[in-house]
Design a protein around this ligand. Structure first.
Ligand SMILES: NC(=O)c1ccc[n+]([C@@H]2O[C@H](COP(=O)([O-])OP(=O)(O)OC[C@H]3O[C@@H](n4cnc5c(N)ncnc54)[C@H](O)[C@@H]3O)[C@@H](O)[C@H]2O)c1
Length: 343
């Protein structure tokens, strides 16, 4: 049997790190992406790190015939489905684009897998499905809700996979609810390369530290948290990638489906992160407090127990390491993947 794994959204931030982790774990990876939010230059960096040309096809996952034809030529034993749009704010402006890409994409990937007799899928879900959590840390059985179209696509995506499993128990799916992925590969060759203004805190802080942006705006310091700023569960992207390896191993080893949190269980405030970044970079990160942003929750962090029990996985890296690795990536690649490859 092949040990090939399909990665959709393979040249994106989490996809590239997972590609390396799967390769190191002995899997063969077939990557697909349409470069909607990534650069073809990523493939040169991957080739360097893998020591071989990546197996890759430029393809839109909503194109079911093209994806099916690819899988007929190169069958896989499971898929990890990252391909999706992910900007919450943009999703409120362009809901149809989000529903089309994220939901049609998921349905299309499932159809192409089924057509080639593969029924194993790992799905990128998100802690956003917990809405404004009533209790902390958040367990997987906490109530779910969505406050924007992006979050709705993750909730509906999970529902699609439950319905599929109910209709055909041969399907095995793993829904992974990520908390806040940050950091970069220790090589400094791959990392998060946001287009335009970063939507997430750490890439924004990184760009302030490197001098690309003047200052950070901290949205609110009057939340019921230890220092008044929002608290999140930051998880190193390399730990997150290892979580996918563990999820695939579980699906390949035993029947059944699961939904797990991938987080550290530790919450850090915006100011904790700013201070840790200043230490890691040796640079000041000027910041100012501005009013709260609508839709932000005070605090959100995982109960990571189920992932430990079910997958034998837990995060290894702390906040200092996340900042050091982010800073190395930022410093060596001030223009992201448009920078020359560091030697
Ligand atoms: N980064 C986060 O903070 C975060 C948190 C929770 C969940 N997620 C989810 O994890 C997944 C990966 O996120 P990421 O941070 O790596 O995002 P990313 O934008 O860096 O990667 C997604 C990749 O998918 C590709 N893509 C999008 N639509 C496609 C399509 N129709 N066909 C082929 N390729 C397509 C993009 O070009 C991009 O390379 C997404 O599903 C995202 O919603 C991300």
């Amino acid at each position: 049997m092949t040990n090939r794994i399909l990665l959709t959204g393979a040249t994106g931030y989490i996809g590239t790190h997972t590609w390396l982790a799967l390769h190191e774990a002995g899997f063969e990876v077939l990557g697909v992406d349409n470069f909607a939010n990534s650069s073809p230059r990523v493939l040169d960096r991957l080739a360097h790190l893998l020591g071989q040309r990546p197996q890759f096809e430029q393809l839109d996952v909503t194109d079911t015939p093209a994806l099916t034809a690819l899988l007929q030529q190169r069958p896989v034993q499971a898929a990890v489905h990252f391909a999706a749009f992910k900007a919450v704010g943009e999703s409120t402006q362009q809901p149809l684009a989000y529903y089309r890409n994220n939901l049609s994409g998921l349905v299309s990937v499932c159809e192409a897998l089924r057509a080639t007799d593969c029924r194993r899928l790992v799905f990128s879900s998100s802690a956003t499905v917990y809405g404004d959590p009533a209790t902390l840390p958040i367990r997987e059985d906490a109530p779910t809700s969505s406050t924007n179209p992006y979050g709705a696509t993750k909730l509906i995506g999970e529902q699609i996979l439950r319905d599929l499993g109910a209709a055909d128990p041969a399907w095995q799916t793993g829904c992974l609810r990520y908390f806040n992925p940050v950091g970069a590969h220790a090589s400094g060759l791959i990392g998060e390369d946001p287009r335009g203004t970063p939507n997430n805190l750490m890439p924004y802080v990184a760009q302030v530290a490197v001098g690309r942006r003047d200052r950070l705006q901290v949205f609110g310091n009057d939340y019921p948290t230890p220092d008044g700023t929002g608290v999140r569960d930051y998880i190193h992207v390399v730990d997150l990638a290892e979580g996918h390896v563990a999820a695939l191993r579980r699906l390949l080893a035993q029947a059944g489906s699961f939904t797990v949190n991938l987080g550290t269980g530790q919450g850090y405030s915006v100011l904790d992160l700013v201070r840790a970044y200043e230490t890691a970079s040796g640079r000041a990160v000027p910041h100012e407090i501005v009013p709260r942003r609508p839709g932000d929750v005070a605090a959100c962090y995982a109960d990571p127990q189920r992932a430990a029990e079910l997958l034998g996985w837990q995060a290894q890296h702390g906040l200092a390491r996340m900042c050091e690795d982010s800073w190395r990536w930022q410093r060596l690649n001030p223009q992201g993947f448009d920078s020359p490859m560091p030697s």
